[in-house]
Design a protein around this ligand. Structure first.
Ligand code: NAD
Length: 497
């Protein structure tokens, strides 16, 4: 069996705690790998490596940093397939989807290559006689990144490229469910010339996370995962005086108005609800249809969903892979089996699905629930599986009110041909990322990603300008160079104005 160890100080460090977690191939159900789970001592070792490296990396030149990042970008580009294959083997998503994940992560490396522009300061001359004021942004120190299973390469890449480009050093704690991609990302960074200790990968569970949250030498925490853990991370890291951003879970709605192109809306709903088997924080999990077009829309979604081919992620003909674990698959299935009793019409029931030759895989088919009520479990909970709920409303206003009552506010979308309605929606909807005829509005790297309400705890969204701000702190310098001819200012106890 393969063992995934830590990557600390530029080399593989074998796990010393004696604790290992199982990593499963979701398509076969077989345990293929064990991952080392760090002890508090190993947390200390990783943070110490990052702290040591910060002493020189934090003052390295921008040109030295960007030269490494450009080489890193080229290496990642050359290894796209290898990274994607690792993702598929442990997460289960289909290879083309895994390649998409790598591409979206690469965007942030490309953004980091341009850090020279982002880190330019500001200068105001002559704010008073012979007084100038300048603002600069400086690195902070050791950053800890804690990431979820559903994007084992992209979410780490939302964090560390920008953090290290800004001059910080990094300890990544990936999901223990699919840990291998993180090690390859770190090894390639070393190959690109990143000094030892600038990027470390520490594998583990709650013990490792708590060690990082309570470590005095960790200054910044970036977290992406479920809402309950995001809330905990934010509260704990904040109480320990750390800067923290904690991105949480979601229930993303798509509002379909009567004038929408219904074929485009149905295509979008199926792609966004069932892509990656619904294990995306930006998945559309609730379609809110204006009643006059709801029957037609549901029929078109059903027609498309029935044709999706389910199979192992490494089979190029598969469109949807298995779920991450059997336990998660059973939990997802329980929402479908319980839906009818809570008033929903089960249009498609994906429970009990198997794939020939892969009977022990974590399979579930596509489910479509219509007439779902807002007080049902299938609507209230983030199911994180291939289950799409349809809710019906009479008007645009009713739809927006329903959506704004959700505790989550990650992504959202409207499908319409009415520019005025779309503009109103953009202003009225309570979510951090809005799509207009775009179902998964994940912002490009040079904008920032983040939700509202229970989908994000903290003040900064991730990557883009917010990312640069999050990984740096501001300093403002006021300078006076008196002219030798000036009379001495003399003592003045008044507040300077
Ligand atoms: P999770 O919250 O279970 O785990 C995330 C990380 O936290 C992992 O590294 C895990 O080891 C750690 N962790 C888990 N339990 C912990 C505990 N009790 N104490 C300390 N650390 C703990 O999330 P997941 O199941 O890996 O990922 C799926 C979730 O992530 C979904 O809710 C999804 O919406 C969310 N997500 C959000 C975004 C976003 O951008 N908002 C992106 C991707 C995923």
């Amino acid at each position: 069996m393969k063992t995934v160890n830590h990557w600390i100080g530029g080399k593989t460090v074998e796990g010393a705690s004696g604790n290992y977690g199982p990593v499963t191939d979701p398509a076969t159900g077989a345990v293929t790998t064990q991952v080392a789970l760090a002890s508090p001592d190993e947390v200390d070792a990783a943070v110490a490596a990052a702290k040591d490296a910060y002493a020189t990396w934090g003052t390295s030149s921008l040109s030295a940093r960007t030269a490494i990042l450009f080489r890193y970008r080229a290496l990642l580009d050359a290894h796209r397939d290898e990274i994607a294959a690792l993702i598929t083997a442990e997460h289960g998503k289909v290879h083309s989807d895994a390649l998409g994940e790598v591409a979206r992560g690469l965007e942030i490396v490309e953004l980091a290559c341009g850090i020279t522009t982002q880190l330019k300061g500001e200068l105001s001359t002559q704010v008073s006689t012979r007084v100038d004021v300048s603002s600069i942004r400086q690195s902070i120190g050791v950053v800890a990144g804690i990431t979820p299973f559903n994007f084992p390469a992209m979410v780490p890449m939302w964090m560390f490229p920008l953090a290290i480009a800004c001059g910080n050093t990094f300890v990544l704690k990936p999901s223990e469910k699919d840990p291998s991609a993180a090690n390859l990302l770190a090894e390639l960074a070393s190959e690109a010339g990143l000094p030892d200790g600038v990027l470390n990968v520490l594998h583990g569970d709650k013990v490792a996370v708590d060690g990082l949250l309570n470590h005095p030498d960790v200054s910044v925490v970036s977290f992406v995962g479920s809402t309950p853990i995001a809330r905990y991370i934010h509260a704990t890291a904040s109480a320990n005086g750390k800067r923290v951003q904690a991105l949480g879970g979601a229930k993303n709605h798509m509002l379909v108005l009567p004038d929408a192109d219904l074929d485009a809306a149905a295509d979008a709903a199926v792609s966004a609800a069932y892509g990656s088997a619904g294990e995306r924080c930006m998945a559309i999990s609730a379609v809110v249809a204006v009643a006059s077009v709801a029957d037609d829309l549901v029929a078109r979604i059903k027609d498309r969903a029935e044709k999706i081919k389910i199979g192992p992620g490494n089979d190029p003909t598969s469109e949807m892979g298995p779920l991450i674990t059997a336990v998660h698959r059973d939990k997802v299935a329980s929402y479908v089996t319980g839906a009818a009793a809570q008033g929903a019409d089960v249009v498609l029931d994906g429970t009990g699905h198997t794939v020939e030759g892969f009977e022990d895989g974590h399979w579930i088919g596509l489910s479509l629930l219509d007439n779902v009520s807002t007080d049902s479990d299938a609507y209230k909970d983030e199911i994180f599986g291939p289950v799409l709920c349809v809710l019906r409303v009479d008007t645009y206003e009713e739809g927006v009110a329903l959506m704004n009552a959700s505790p989550y506010g990650n992504g959202t979308a409207i499908f319409t041909r009415d520019g005025g309605a779309a503009r109103r929606f953009q202003l009225e909807i309570e979510a951090g990322m809005v799509g207009i005829n775009v179902p998964i509005p994940v912002p490009v790297g040079y904008h920032s990603f983040g939700g509202w309400k229970d989908s994000l705890f903290g003040d900064h969204h991730i990557y883009g300008n917010d990312g640069v701000h999050f990984y740096t702190r501001g300093k403002v310098t006021t300078t006076r160079w008196p002219d030798p001819a000036d009379a001495p200012a003399g003592v003045d106890l008044g507040f300077p104005s």
